[in-house]
Design a protein around this ligand. Structure first.
Ligand code: URA
Length: 204
């Protein structure tokens, strides 16, 4: 698939998601937060759900957690504009409560299509909800552990056409209320840096 085709497919999917009423979150959302970044990104960062500012702006990670994410990416010389960033849920849960199972079930077919179109080499789930969903999706159910045990570990899965590395991280919002967390996240991002720096042409 060329990057033009991928962009077109993502744009079509975005239009579909903007009309979505599969769960009750459409009633309280201001904007759908579909995702942002290059359609042929090597790295996808998949977080949990939009917060207040994301819901207002229709873009992921534009609030306080976004500042932490920017700092983490900068610390490893990865440009934010080279990364595709999105969430498990495309609409904000009121009051930033945790996603409900029925919301995850309703919304994640969109995420799966995003992953299929982009076909990234590396996926970083941020936080326990996206970690759990992605590990289940990629056949790593038996390896699931609490995020406190699993953060920074690299899992390699073979999909039909390529191998994908999955590296779960803590959610960056944890660093906004626990300063020690930023140091842990920074260390984990060093692992991502190493892998991101590898030559992807050998991976197929
Ligand atoms: N937290 C998330 O999980 N996603 C965002 O887009 C912003 C904050």
């Amino acid at each position: 698939m060329t990057s033009m085709n991928k962009t077109q497919l993502l744009n079509e999917l975005k239009k579909e998601v903007e009309e979505c009423r599969r769960c009750s979150l459409y009633k309280t959302r201001t904007k759908v937060v579909f995702g942002i970044g290059p359609a042929d990104a090597n790295l996808m960062i998949i977080s949990e759900a939009p917060g207040y500012w994301e819901d207002r702006r229709g873009e992921p990670f534009v609030g306080a957690a976004g500042k932490v994410l920017d700092e983490l990416l900068e610390s490893v010389d990865i440009k934010r504009e080279d990364v595709y960033i999105c969430n498990l849920l495309k609409c904000r849960p009121p009051g930033n409560r945790d996603p409900k199972p029925e919301e995850i079930k309703a919304c994640t077919p969109y995420l799966v299509r995003q992953i299929e179109i982009i076909a990234p080499k590396i996926i970083c789930p941020l936080g326990r909800y996206s970690m759990r969903f992605l590990m289940e999706k990629f056949g790593l159910k038996d390896e699931i552990q609490p995020i406190s045990k699993i953060h920074g570990k690299v899992f390699e899965v073979k999909d039909l056409f390529q191998s994908i590395k999955i590296i779960p991280f803590y959610h960056p919002a944890t660093a906004t209320y626990n300063p020690n967390m930023k140091e842990i996240l920074k260390k984990d991002f060093q692992i991502l840096k190493q892998i991101y720096g590898e030559d992807f042409s050998f991976w197929r």
